[in-house]
Design a protein around this ligand. Structure first.
Ligand code: HEM
Length: 414
């Protein structure tokens, strides 16, 4: 314990989520101090959201793992899955998605959804994902500078998830903007209409569009994922309409967002570390390892949250029933007891990490798809634009939940 006492005391009153702590992405120094001096840390409030209760911050990889595996003590259902319980989306909406349920409800639904995400089903899409990526990169020809978020990442991930779900390409942009406004509700650039508009306008539109698609698939089955869900049976029982709608919502949100975040963070890191980019250019077989390193260093979700279902003790902290327990993946993925020189971006490291969760019931459903998309995106971008450079300030989404860039201006130098 090298941290001195006065600093520790200061940390006891620091609100980890305070925007002042996150001027340009996660406060890695603060998290490093917490890991060494106060690994399970209590924040008594959430500035900007005075109605929200405080929370425990879980900062080490071992503790995140322990919380993640013990769903009976640490529930995804009773209080929601992010540090903010009700400030942006009502809890009931989160509890209607299987990411916000505990077993046995969660397990039944996840088993049905897993049918659409088998490694075989994902691998079948490789050529299509490459064609989508190459098509989007081709579309940049003649331009000198672009925004990697809006001009590459968004159109690629939207078309990939759109083709999985059976959405026509001409609707990709509207789905992307609905999902970006919903997930980035707290950021005035992504959601200029304000937090209330999300529930009053965007979410109802998402549901309506989804219900129309479900009705079409009931009438005429196809081989897309929406059709698989509409016709799926487990022990002779199908999914209810609202279960399909909420599952669709979850997949569209995850598919439109998280892969985009990791790709942009990875490209920024490669541009900022030319020695690492040169290694990938010289040996493209390192790309899958670089993808894992990007997932480790820049997890798309800064945190997920659980709620304690009973009084318990964790790494010396007394947690009470009902307390919020926030697992900071941005911290656990840089835990110095697991990684040598954790802040160093090393494309040869090929690390294990917790970007997709730390095992347990809620481990990400989309890992195979995300890894395939990221590998193809990095391979094709590097092949096409090996000398890309930054051309302006990269800006983070203002959110305590999303760890992602909203703007990444680059010069293509083609
Ligand atoms: C880089 C990309 C991605 C990252 C970093 C990521 C991260 C995560 C994390 C951390 C969780 C765990 C939540 C928890 O512990 O409560 C999760 C769950 C989930 N992810 Fe992903 N995800 C990614 C891509 C995707 C994609 C492409 C899809 C599908 C289209 C997807 C679908 C899901 C679903 C359905 C769950 C809920 C699983 C459950 O509750 O059992 N994810 N993801």
């Amino acid at each position: 314990m090298s941290t001195d006492l006065s600093r520790l005391q200061e940390l006891q009153v620091t609100d980890v989520i305070d925007r002042a702590q996150w001027p340009d992405g996660p406060p890695h120094e603060l998290f490093a101090e917490l890991r060494s001096g106060c690994p399970v840390h209590w924040s008594s409030s959430i500035p900007e959201y005075p109605g929200e209760a405080g929370f425990w911050s879980i900062t080490t990889a071992d503790d995140v793992h322990a919380v993640s595996r013990d769903w009976e003590t640490f529930s995804s259902e009773v209080g929601g899955i992010t540090a903010l319980t009700n400030a942006i989306m009502p809890l009931e909406l989160i509890q209607a998605m299987f990411i916000g349920m505990d077993p046995p409800k969660h397990d039944r639904l996840k088993a049905l959804f897993q049918r659409g995400f088998t490694p075989r089903r994902i691998a079948e899409h490789e050529d299509e994902i490459r064609a989508i990526t190459v098509g989007v990169l081709d579309g940049l020809s003649g331009r000198e500078t672009v925004d990697l978020v809006a001009d590459v990442a968004q159109p690629v991930v939207s078309r990939v998830i759109g083709s999985f779900m059976g959405i026509p390409p001409e609707d990709d942009a509207i789905w992307a903007s609905l999902m970006t406004a919903t997930l980035g509700a707290s950021d005035p650039d992504l959601n200029p209409a304000g937090v209330e508009a999300v529930m009053q306008r965007d979410v109802p539109e998402i549901f309506e569009r989804c219900q129309r698609l479900i009705a079409a698939r009931r009438e005429h089955p196809t081989d897309d994922l929406t059709s698989v869900l509409v016709h799926a049976q487990l022990d002779g029982q199908g999914l209810e309409e609202h279960e399909i709608v909420m599952g669709f919502f979850l997949l569209m949100a995850a598919g439109n967002d998280s892969t985009k975040a990791t790709y942009c963070s990875a490209m920024r890191a490669l541009i900022e570390h030319p020695d690492q980019r040169d290694q990938l250019l010289a040996d493209p077989s390192l790309v899958p390892s670089a993808v894992e390193e990007a997932l480790r260093m820049f997890p798309a979700f800064a945190h997920f949250r659980r709620t304690a279902t009973r009084d318990t003790e964790l790494n010396g902290a007394q947690i009470r029933e009902g307390d919020k327990v926030v697992m900071w993946y941005v911290s656990s993925n840089r835990d110095e007891t697991r990684y040598e020189d954790p802040d160093r971006f090393d494309v040869t490291r090929n690390p294990e990490h917790q970007a997709f969760g730390a095992g347990g019931r809620h481990f990400c459903l989309g890992t195979a798809l995300a890894r395939l998309e990221l590998t193809i995106l990095l391979e094709e971008t590097l092949k096409r634009f090996p000398a890309m450079e930054l051309a302006g300030r990269a800006r983070f989404v203002e959110s305590p939940f999303l760890n992602q860039l909203k703007v990444l201006p680059v010069a293509l130098n083609a």
